[in-house]
Design a binder for this molecule. Sequence first.
Ligand SMILES: [Zn+2]
Length: 176
Amino acid sequence: MNKPAHLMGGFTAGIAAAKYIAPTVTENGFVNGIAGIGAVLCGAILGSLLPDIDHRQSYIGRKLKIASFIISKTLGHRSVVHAPLVIFAFSALLYFFSIELTSPYQAIAKYFVIGLSAGMWSHLFLDMMTRRGIPLLYPLTKKSFRIANFKGGGIGDSIANTGCIIIIILMFLDFL
Ligand SMILES: [Zn+2]
């Protein structure tokens, strides 16, 4: 999937995270505020691009050159940072760090991490629809798994974008 499809996936995942997940982790209803929703969405947008940090020519790879160089050289593209277990562990680690912060930074950081995680999961899901797939069961095996066989930038991106728009509309209409 290309960058626009990943951004769209991240945006959709961010709205879902703001609607369903963020309200469950706090008592003060902070996520109802624009700042809370903004933190979730910013995290989701970043998260939707972040896994491609292992690819030096990707958008995020060009922005974070040094980190991308190190990760691509040591881990390779679509390897460890495209593995669900690693994304889960990374999200959990950041979440525990955010809990250590004091208020009000804690709330902002928590929502940002929730969004970031949602964005990264959307990235993995979309990459699973492509030919290269993702290392779904890493570290058990490095074998790639996929649920579809699309090429980046092709009809798969259009299907993903259309699907995201439909999901967003359904969420706004409270059907989801
Ligand atoms: Zn990717």
